[in-house]
Design a protein around this ligand. Sequence first.
Ligand code: UN1
Length: 503
Amino acid sequence: MALTGTRRFQNYIDGEWVDASNGDTFESVSPANGETIGVFPKSGAEDVDRAVAAAKAAFEEWRLVPAPKRGEILFRFGQLLIEQKDDLTDLMTHEMGKVKAEAGGDVQEAIDMAYYMAGEGRRLFGQTTPSELRDKFNMSVRMPIGVVGAITPWNFPIAIPSWKMLPALVCGNTVVFKPATDTPLLGERFVELLDEAGLPKGVVNIVHGGGGAVGDRLVRHPDVPVITLTGSRETGVEVMRNAAEHLKHVHLELGGKNAIIVLDDADLELAVEGILWSAFGTSGQRCTAASRVIVQAGAYDALESKLVAAAERLRLGYGWEDDTDVGPVINKSALEKIHSYTEIGKDEGAKLLTGGEVATGNGLGDGYYYRPTIFGDVEPQMRIAQEEIFGPTTALIRVRDFDEAIRVSNGIKYGLSSSIFTRDVNKAFRAMRDLQAGITYINAGTIGAEVHLPFGGTKDTGNGHREAGQAALDVFTEWKSIYVDYSGKLQRAQIDTEEQPSP
Ligand code: UN1
């Protein structure tokens, strides 16, 4: 990759590339080897205000562009993503650290979303329904809302912006986008391509900088009626509180503490593959990662030994090298947090089966690498089985039977993803009914959601909304019900209706 090094990047506001008004900057640094990726504006409230004003003005015209035309711009964006897929994938292995196959998947998820939402431009269905009165026509339509503040995380630096911005745009909203400070260049590339696809100026704006300055201003800004955030539970609570003043629409996608259940009758080889992929893929840095494995007693010993052996075969390294299985974690504080949970697990009396340490050999010391870590004999109430670690650490919990497995799986505050490995169709269906989560997988791990189904979770994972799928449209539109009376006379609903048969 041609690294940009100390090249300075800018905000994009009202169709112009501009510095932060205070002139401050921050660097994006690779978690893989410490190389500098680029220098970005460390913006403040003034920059947010300018971007919001631009987006607010652009909304008046963009909302009138026919939705199929808006969809065609997204289609073109999807094509540009395909052309740029290799470059974006390579950049992602450097800026975010995930391995090449997964980085390609991240870009692919945005391509899928672009095509899906492009098609939505010709649907955006409402309802037509009969009226209780003669010569009257009733329907409901989706209306765009206005300026959307999109605050995105670093773990899916291309996919998650697409989940938020593409449905927002096809519905006729305009956007102010604040990407994570760990992956600003991927955020900037995303916006460059949207611009190239033909979005009018002001429709999408990017303002780089921290959550405290940029994010908070967006959340409190009176002219930003919709906030969509993927982040931590703590940030979600703060965003909801601060957005309450203006009664904003707030969409939150927060944490997970997802479990894979393995019953005695499961295909163990398949289960091990599913666990490895879900626990250690993306170095465990997915909201959907499997940080708990709930195993029925009859399968426990065999599963433990197969899983530990397989985890020890995983090769840590740079994401851009073909034979790397697990890349770095995002930064130093993440590495420290992950390691602190290893100490917590040991103190709680869980058995450290493998990993549990920072990896340093073969040049890895220049980045932030943590060995895939598995704890055995974990009790469901231990902190390592309750709190989101967001790293390559998973906890094996032994249970007696199916009912206990479901109870343990549900015994957490989050409710994002869930999974069960079993060959018993009855138990699989009971799990589909009883697991308290927004997503349930049967005979697959906890990761791998597709863009045309709703994505999100129950309980503390969010606030009841979903992104992706048709559900995303509900976040970015308001319903309007329309009544057209063509009788030429005053007809009073509930009063001038036809006679009912007497009871
Ligand atoms: C996330 O971790 O926030 O299902 C998103 C998956 C991916 C998306 C994860 N398609 O794991």
